[in-house]
Design a binder for this molecule. Structure first.
Ligand code: AGP
Length: 613
């Protein structure tokens, strides 16, 4: 998804904007540009390709000024090119715009503007925005009023930042719907705007986040927010608990590698303050739960996308086993169009690392329209999914920059485990032995997963043997079936190898036809209630000439003779086994991708936050 950075203050804007865009590179893009107010004019520099090309262009043609905006573009309308790159300037040269989202009615707006004499220099929908603002500036409106008039004509979801040479002391930002966030960073005599926290975290931790259909006017002294209609809006100011270092790669080769190894700390942080280990009691204050609310809930419906959806599949087992509340799980893009049977006796739980995934947000809005209680488990502070929920759990995983989700996945599983315990306490008065055991089991997890990560060299060696295969089959059962799905997704999204996750019991219903020596089978066969069943699936694969790699429990002496290679993980309670079992699969995918020379942190065609349908 596109990235936006804006600056106004006492310092030179260009380096601040370029560094901010670099911190957003993980969001995926194919061109970039900046616009700086310099000597009474707007100086633009744009180029197709990576940010390094833009940086080179700025070195060759320097720009200097204290007001500016920048953008990394993920092409939607108009191929990746310098002329389609943002920012976009109109015909007068008085105003410039950067934009995330899609102007769904851009063709009719373009026709209207062209009929009034506007000449378009690009194929983008974004350029309609700048011509609309020009139209109202020409009528004598201020940049704020001209922007608001223009934004009200747009259909679809947008995140927009603009400025005009008429009023070079301010930026105007707007959010409409769910095209990603608009964060305003509060500095000393300087202000920042960004589509995501990491872009400006090194400058300030004080941030506010625009709600949908609001417009902010940002000067070096501060900001003022109004609705599109002009009514004043007061926003809650957040202090982001992340340190700038945590948004940097440090000594690691890739963000994904760093984030895999941050999981012991991330789990500690997501548990901290939520489990009273002495009294074995779980508390989640931001969920705003009460006995009455919990007793009213007849069913929970989890909605999410991608890796977060697989986390929800695990959450279903956790909540049903611990809290005894029926749970359904849906993919966000399916739920939103399925006219789901939702009512006010239900809770809808969204799981989303970015808090801005458009399909998940749309599912949340559908659920709210049908009267459901709205919960979310979110990593990005201040994101839409956190703001619109009746109760939320912050993953507290720290910024997750790598496109492939890792620490957000494991923390979201533990957060659902905590939620299950909390719900059980409210329903059973907290005397459940299950909760007491669950709370004590949690305490061991950060150390246990640290131990698994210590075997990284072994996973690297295994990757060296497997990286050249073109197809993989991941098999799991029960609570680890979603881990088979997640392991396959990790491999395919960063190494571009075809990989499929499948419930092991389904092998004989089709996939077994695929088994041969050209397709490794990765079987999750740790000791649990379905271990024996997994062994028979492994034998079925072996007798058909398959190459089988098993994920097994330390001390399992029988499995090694049945497979080509065994990876061992410590024995943990079944309900927490997914948190441990996924780690070797994350590292296996990572090492295979690195050996294959793939762009691990920015895989082709993918974005960290999918804010378009
Ligand atoms: C996972 O590695 C992918 N990056 C993708 O499937 C991701 O989980 C999905 O887009 C959902 O993102 P979210 O958690 O931010 O909503």
């Amino acid at each position: 998804m596109c990235g936006i950075v804006g600056y106004i203050g006492m310092r030179d804007a260009a380096p601040i904007i370029l560094n901010g865009l670099k911190r957003l590179e993980y969001r995926g893009y194919d061109s970039a540009g900046i616009a700086i107010y310099q000597d009474g004019k707007i100086e633009m520099r744009r180029d197709v390709g990576k940010l390094s090309a833009l940086e080179q262009l700025v070195r060759e043609q320097p720009v200097s000024g204290r007001l500016g905006i920048g953008h990394t573009r993920w092409a939607t309308h108009g191929e990746p090119s310098a002329r389609n790159a943002h920012p976009h300037i109109g015909m007068t040269g008085n105003v410039v715009v950067v934009h995330n989202g899609i102007v769904e009615n851009y063709l009719e707006l373009r026709d209207m503007l062209q009929s009034e004499g506007a000449e378009f220099a690009s194929e983008t929908d974004t350029e309609t925005i700048v011509h609309l603002i020009e139209r109202y500036l020409a009528a004598g409106l201020s940049i704020e009023d001209a922007s608001r008039e223009a934004f009200q004509l747009l259909r679809g979801a947008q995140a927009i930042v603009t400025f005009s040479i008429n009023e070079p002391d301010r930026l105007v930002a707007c959010r409409i719907g769910n095209a990603g966030g608009v964060a305003i960073g509060v500095g000393e005599d300087e202000m920042f705007i960004a589509s995501d926290i990491p872009a400006i975290l090194e400058h300030t931790r004080r941030m506010v986040f625009l709600e949908s259909r609001t417009v902010a006017v940002v000067t070096s002294e501060g900001y003022e927010v109004k609705t599109l209609g002009g009514a004043p809006v007061i926003l809650e100011e957040h202090t982001i608990p992340w340190d700038p270092i945590s948004a940097a790669k440090g000594s690691y080769k890739h963000f994904m590698q760093k984030e895999i190894f941050e999981q012991p700390r991330a789990l500690t942080d997501t548990i901290r303050g939520r489990v009273d280990f002495e009294h074995q009691w779980v508390s989640l204050p931001e969920m705003n739960l009460s006995p009455d609310i919990v007793r009213r809930i007849s069913r929970i419906h989890i909605v999410a996308c991608g890796t977060s959806y697989y986390s929800g599949l695990i959450g279903k087992t956790l909540i049903e086993r611990i809290a005894r509340i029926p749970v359904e799980v849906s993919i966000g893009s399916e739920f939103r169009y399925a006219d789901p049977l939702i009512d006010d006796t239900m809770a809808v739980l969204a799981i989303t690392q970015s808090g801005e995934t458009v399909d998940t947000l749309a599912a949340m809005e559908e659920a709210r329209d049908k009267g459901a209680l709205l919960w979310s488990i979110v990593n990005a502070i201040g994101s839409q999914a956190m703001r619109i929920a009746d109760g939320y759990i912050a993953m507290q995983a720290g910024p997750e920059i790598g496109v492939a989700s890792t620490k957000a996945f494991t923390t979201s599983i533990v957060d659902q485990y905590l939620l299950a315990c909390c719900l059980s306490q409210f329903r059973n008065g907290g005397d459940s032995e299950m909760v007491k055991k669950a709370a004590s089991d949690l305490a061991r997890m950060p150390d246990l997963i640290g131990g698994v990560l210590d075997h990284d060299e072994e996973y690297h060696a295994l990757a060296s043997r497997l990286y050249s295969f073109s197809n993989f089959l991941y098999l799991g059962r029960g609570i680890n079936y979603p881990i088979a799905l997640e392991g396959a997704l990790k491999l395919k999204e960063i190494s571009y190898i075809h990989a499929e996750g499948y419930p092991a019991g389904e092998m004989k219903h089709g996939p077994i036809a695929l088994i041969d020596r050209h397709m490794p089978v990765l079987a999750i066969a740790t000791r649990d209630g379905v271990y024996d069943k997994m062994l028979s699936q492994i034998e079925q694969a072996k007798t058909r000439g398959g190459i089988v790699v098993a994920l097994a429990t330390e001390g399992d002496s029988q499995i090694a003779d049945k497979v080509d290679h065994a990876i061992y993980v410590p024995e943990v309670p079944e309900l927490l086994s997914p948190v441990v079992n996924v780690l070797p699969l994350q590292l296996l995918a990572y090492h295979i991708a690195v050996i294959r020379g793939a762009d691990v942190d920015q895989p082709r065609n993918l974005a960290k936050s999918v804010t378009v349908e």
